[in-house]
Write a protein that binds this ligand. Sequence first.
Ligand code: JHZ
Ligand code: ZN
Length: 409
Amino acid sequence: MSAVKCRSCGGDGLVSFLDLARTPLPDALVDPSDDLSAEEWYPLEVAFCPDCTLVQILEEVSAEKMFVDNYHYFSSFSDHLLAHSRQHALGLVSARGLDGDSLVVELASNDGYLLKNFVEAGVPVLGIDPSPGPAEAAVKAGVPTLQEFFGIDLAERLVSEGQRADVIIANNVMAHVPDLNGFVAGMKVLLADDGLITVENPYVRDLIEHCEFDTIYHEHYCYFSCSSVDRLMRRHGLWLNDVEYFADLHGGTLRWHIGHHDERTDRLRRYLADEQALGLSSAHYYLQFADRVEGVRAGLRELVEGLRADGKRVAAYGAAAKGAMMLNHAGLDGDLIEFVVDRNVHKQGKLMPGTHQAVRSPETLLTDQPDYVLLLAWNFKDEIMAQQAEYLAQGGHFIVPVPRPAVVA
Ligand code: JHZ
Ligand code: ZN
């Protein structure tokens, strides 16, 4: 049992079930001119709260350090995510009858990848995001954005200025806030009486079932299920009303619909009942996970070491946060993986945290033609492999690390 208290309910019975050892911050790409010995590493341990079922990490690195000083993630580099977001936005405009008198607020609006669709439809928006690079890109793209962290203080300030949101969207951000209760309390205050909140986040059930342990890192304080979100919302006078599932987004994503009123769809009832039946609400569900993680880690190392022993050259695709985690957990340094490619121009020219491979453009795969490419951004497998048809036609191969290490092409 841990001395740390639950981030949601404050319970003091957290049960630790996975120790991922010390790791660097996954988005803290290193500038080649930086002093490499100054890189910061932090312990990373994951626990389950038997009181409210929330899975969470025990270490707390400051949000400023992760999201203001070291954040190069721009949502707009995935066509799949852009299409998913556009569909979400257009769906909301018609389902909620949004027009020029409405207000849509997005928390962690990044580079405006989603809100730009409402702007095009003539619906007023406000983006909120603390990361300077993405927030500036959003403003340039015509999406009004406050470069700040969201919480109860900002929500109260906006309401005092006369703003209430008809729709609040929080995609891949609820896991990223150290003060989870302050964040949810802020949504409660900002939401108009008949408003709708949608929250998307990878599903902890998929994380466990598909061994997606590389999505556990310091930026993600929490790992959600319907059951843990249900309890969290109720504490703040909000109600989980419905849930949707997207199997091909970030390894399995849920979108929760939340409002001021106690209404539940049958679909939501089914999810809650399934989680109960599967045991997600008990520590037992998580106890075998550490052994399975070790199996993937060791299997991947063995696969890559075997290829290197045969004289093959191996590179990787995706300077993603999960990519940095996988390289570091599996100890895949520059001797095993030569370089990493990524189409985010803000990451190119930098070095991977911890393992220090150079990040290059995806075109390098064609000019350099390594024999194998480890697909660190496995969540975009179809999109990336389609783009790399020429590399494959020239005899290249792809490896995926999870759910088990395998050569897939
Ligand atoms: P990607 C992100 O995690 C960020 P990460 C964040 N921490 C989060 O919570 C989760 O998502 C859900 C590149 N790429 O999105 C772009 C190509 O080069 O899996 C990215 O650098 N070519 C907020 O960082 C990386 O791969 C492509 O064709 O683990 C993918 O990173 C595509 C599609 C992507 O997330
Ligand atoms: Zn708890």
